[in-house]
Ligand binder design. Structure first.
Ligand SMILES: [Zn+2]
Length: 396
């Protein structure tokens, strides 16, 4: 940690520009303690590592959940100095007694309080979610920034998101999720914007880079008005094609259950409907991939309705939600602050089906079935039709 207390009660913040001689002099005459737990700490003034305070034993400290790496301390010091430049009311490692939490940084800006947490290691879901909830219940905005080493990309627009990342996402006004990373090496923020999950851990997103020296707080998100950019079309098509080719190998219980349903219908699972796997908005409310839940939705709720009959949103939504467990489909429970809800994902999907000509919207919650769903006869046909659908989505 970067904050220590001298025996005389002086707080020493090592993110400030100290001179080594001064610190050495204080160290000779003073003992230091942890401002959070009051246990003895030592002041480390190495030449290779960043200066810091270290507990002799951190197990008893309520403020420290894990030993902090040099990477963490370096990032924290840089973030502190960046914030201090632009906002005077930033605190280093303040212990919030009522919350029993010690954020890396606390910023008071206008009437809001932001707890800035730099997370570079893996921590269990429950701890991250509990910290988020505790901050929110005290009207503090938990502002998670992940270490850039956690960012893993498969290509320019395809990324891997683990549980820590899912728990650290934020949403801006238009309900688009984004995620912030920081690299203390390059002193840059990296933002994943307009995150669209393909499966539980694979997402499509745009990566935006911003240098620390140019950044303001909160970070500006560079909003892309196209929620599904043209550049996503080919990689999305490729991934869905691979999915069709290897669906027989999937061990996902929801896919197993879906495959059994296809067998009943006499359809090879690889030829699931072309209207399934659509990158609609709010996909983040599902952990199960879009092609799985949308195939299930089509089979159970769209296929049985004859052309010319109506479909009521409330009805299909409730029915589908009640049967998620039966279908082994998984929802995602997020701690993000947003006005959206899993029902938005269903409504958005119905709207896409309307745009693709399967349904026709009659009122806010009523749809009319206009045509049957397309079950492709080959993977190549599915792929070609998907290309057309994605073009439509990208331009609407
Ligand atoms: Zn302590």
């Amino acid at each position: 940690m970067l904050l220590g207390k001298s025996a005389s009660g002086q707080l020493i913040n090592l993110a400030e520009p100290w001179c080594r001689k001064d610190l050495e002099r204080i160290r000779k005459t003073e003992l230091f303690s942890c401002p959070t737990c009051a246990e003895k700490v030592q002041l480390k003034l190495g030449t290779k590592r960043i200066w810091h305070f270290a507990h002799f034993d951190i197990s008893g400290c309520v403020g420290l959940h894990e030993p902090e790496s040099m990477y963490h301390l370096t990032a924290k010091r840089q973030l502190y100095n960046w914030l201090k430049e632009i906002h005077p009311f930033v605190e280093m490692e303040p212990y919030l007694k009522r919350l029993k939490q010690r954020p890396d940084l606390l910023l008071r800006k206008d009437s809001a309080i932001h707890a800035i947490e730099f997370q570079c290691s893996s921590i269990p879901d429950e701890i991250l979610q509990k910290r988020t909830r505790t901050y929110r219940s005290h009207n503090i905005d938990p502002y998670w920034i992940l270490g850039h080493t956690r960012l893993s990309n498969k290509s320019d627009c395809v990324f891997r998101m683990d549980d820590v990342a899912w728990n650290a996402i934020r949403c801006h006004g238009k309900n688009d999720p984004y995620l912030i990373y920081y690299s203390p090496r390059t002193q840059q923020f990296l933002q994943l914007q307009s995150i669209i999950p393909f499966s539980s851990r694979t997402v499509f997103a745009s990566l935006d880079t911003q240098s620390l020296s140019n950044a303001s707080f909160p970070l500006v998100t560079d909003l892309d008005t196209h929620r599904f950019p043209q550049s996503f079309i080919q990689p999305w098509k490729n991934l869905l094609q691979q999915t069709r080719m290897y669906i027989h190998l999937s061990r996902d219980p929801a896919v197993y259950s879906l495959k059994a349903r296809f067998v009943e219908k006499g359809i090879p699972a690889s030829l699931f409907p072309v209207e399934a796997g659509i990158p609609s908005k709010f996909l983040y409310w599902f952990q199960s991939p879009a092609y799985v839940w949308q195939s299930r939705f089509i089979i159970e709720l769209i296929d049985p309705v004859p052309v010319g009959q109506s479909i009521d949103f409330q009805q299909v939504y409730r029915y589908f939600l009640n049967l998620l467990d039966t279908y082994k489909l998984k929802r995602r429970f997020l701690t993000i602050k947003t006005n959206s809800h899993i029902s938005f994902a269903i409504m958005d999907y119905l709207n896409w089906l309307a745009l693709l000509g399967v349904l026709k919207r009659r009122s806010a919650t009523q749809f009319l079935k206009v045509r049957d769903i397309i079950y492709p006869s080959t993977i190549a046909e599915a792929n070609q039709k998907l290309g057309e659908i994605l073009k439509t989505i990208s331009t609407n």
